[in-house]
Design a protein around this ligand. Structure first.
Ligand code: CA
Length: 554
């Protein structure tokens, strides 16, 4: 009996000792983000392109975890999206409203918080937040956008950060993955968990793919969206002008419709007499701003441009997907796969010809929705999906909580760790998300500035236009250069409302339908509240607020 008690106590103490000396190992985290990889260009999101099987490796990864159907960006353009991700804050709190915005090391909150939790932190690939990513323990990043071929990278060194350059040969997607594998193999401290942000440059324009993809989809007809040819009742006076008088200068297009920028001139640049003639919006004469009509010849031409556009884009996507396999194979071989949380997203969506648009910036779903999925079999069930609305300021809080921390007070996003682990959207989870695009008519993509609210069922957008003549100060203009300089053609303020259950492709702006009066009024109330709660009012931009007030009840 005594012997038995002794045996038990030895067993107890040895177990206890084992517990204290080998604590539960924290998971590693790899956050993978591509640039402009939109949900239409996946298998898992069920778009018209899903049948092409554009992302077999990413689809497999997604199916082993949870897929988010309603992940949205705060502003569908690179720098503001990346700033929101790294700070967990909205634009007017982190100060990044446009492409010129920058995040200084002391505000690189996500890596700072991960370090506090015992993680070694690294960022590899596209960074684009202008200051040195000094809050990370390790970095190897592209200068600004970087190049698709033979990319240079900046690394930490003795000289100022912009001067410590590593030169490489080949395609950026391959070289960025090489850098990540090199970090995992040779650069990290293998006794500590790691938090790695791996950011591809692809498939951002100009869609330069690796030569090995030259024949990929070469003989395949790429399914076209109906809205490439038929605009229907999509849009408003803000994007079409009164009686469609602005269709030729608003929203860069696939077809020849937009005289200032269209994909035809991007692809066939040297052939572009159009571009040469309309280099500046100011060069366009009134006689040329005729109502746009897509005739038979133009349809055939548009189809050709679209096919070319999509093939280039999807070849870049293929390069991303193939490199994901390299990463997964490595993690598996090293026995790292099961203890590593893998997140995949794009920094925003992209218009692939829907409504005859190219590029992003719009609050339309194709641009505003982000692909987002997470694999971690220990706590996230395979094959799960949620329609809970999340946005990119929620990413940092979630990653911090997955790493064992608490969401810092100064972050505006909310952790959705609970949704990942239970599949259940909590009762008090936000039912709407806020969006704001600032850079009015910038970069010849010609998108009017706007903001709005999206719920699971509805979307309300207000375009506040740009060049509002202030009668007290007629020479005043609120635009920075980066918000556009089109002083000839100002866009009228206008509202758009889409009933997404009835009209998921946003073909019918139903703002004026009396049936929607009550819901629109409710959405406006929610929108005002969201702007207040998120510190996103225009208190620092009274000239904009003036337009908002003047047109709120239009
Ligand atoms: Ca982007």
């Amino acid at each position: 009996m005594l012997l038995y008690a002794l045996f038990l106590s030895v067993l107890f103490y040895s177990c206890k000792e084992k517990e204290t000396t080998t604590p539960q190992k924290k998971p590693n985290i790899i956050y993978i983000m591509s640039d402009d990889h939109t949900t239409q260009a996946f298998g898992i999101y069920g778009s018209r392109l899903a049948g092409l099987n554009p992302t077999p490796n990413l689809d497999q990864l997604a199916k082993e975890g949870m897929i988010f159907d309603n992940a949205f960006v705060n502003n569908a353009i690179c720098v503001p999206s990346r700033a929101a991700i790294i700070t967990g804050q909205r634009a007017q709190t982190n100060g990044v409203i446009d492409l010129e915005g920058a995040i200084a090391p002391e505000k690189q909150f996500l890596p700072k918080e991960m370090k506090k939790l015992g993680y070694q932190t690294a960022i590899i690939g596209k960074w684009h937040l202008h200051h040195e990513p000094a809050a990370f323990d390790y970095y190897q990043v592209l200068p600004v956008q970087g190049t698709y071929f033979d990319p240079d990278f900046r690394i930490r060194g003795d000289k100022p950060w912009t001067e410590n350059i590593v030169k490489t040969k080949g395609h950026s997607s391959d070289r960025i993955m090489d850098a990540t594998l090199n970090y995992l193999k040779n650069k990290r401290d293998k006794d500590k968990p790691f938090f790695l942000m791996h950011h591809f440059k692809a498939p951002h324009d100009d869609f330069e793919y690796a030569p090995r993809y030259e024949n990929y989809l070469a003989d395949t007809f790429i399914p076209e969206p109906k809205s490439l040819y038929e605009i229907g009742n999509h849009g408003s006076e803000a994007v079409r002008g009164k009686n469609d008088s602005l269709t030729r200068i608003i929203g860069s297009s696939v077809s020849h419709r937009n005289l200032i920028r269209n994909q035809a001139m991007n692809i066939y640049w040297n052939d572009s007499t159009v571009y040469k003639k309309y280099r500046n919006a100011n060069d366009i004469g009134q006689d040329e701003l005729v109502k746009w009509q897509m005739d038979t010849t133009e349809k055939a031409y548009t189809s050709k441009v679209y096919q070319d556009y999509l093939k280039k884009y999807l070849r870049c996507v293929k390069g991303v997907d193939d490199n994901i396999k390299r990463l997964l194979d490595y993690l598996k071989t090293e026995g790292l796969l099961e203890n590593t949380i893998i997140v995949y997203t794009g920094d925003q969506g992209f218009m692939l010809g829907e409504h005859d648009y190219i590029d992003k910036r719009w609050m339309y779903d194709e641009a505003m929705r982000m692909p987002f999925f997470v694999r971690y079999p220990k706590t996230i069930k395979a094959g799960t999906r949620t329609d809970a609305i999340i946005n990119n300021t929620d990413f940092a809080p979630t990653l911090i909580e997955l790493a064992g921390g608490q969401t810092p007070e100064y972050m505006q996003g909310k952790s959705f760790k609970n949704i990942l682990e239970t599949g259940i959207e909590p009762e008090n989870w936000p039912k709407a998300t806020y969006y704001r695009y600032w850079m009015h008519l910038a970069h010849r993509h010609q998108n009017p500035a706007h903001f709005g609210i999206r719920t699971k069922d509805y979307k309300l957008i207000f375009y506040y236009g740009k060049y509002w003549v202030d009668t007290d100060n007629p020479n005043a203009t609120w635009n920075k250069k980066s918000w556009g300089n089109d002083f000839t053609h100002h866009t009228p303020p206008a509202w758009e409302f889409y009933d997404l259950k009835k009209d998921p492709k946003e073909m019918n702006n139903a703002y004026d339908d009396p049936e929607n009066k009550a819901i629109i009024s409710d959405l406006k109330t929610q929108l005002v509240q969201l702007r207040k709660n998120l510190n996103e009012t225009d208190v620092n931009y009274p000239h904009i607020q003036k337009v908002i007030d003047a047109h709120w009840n239009d």
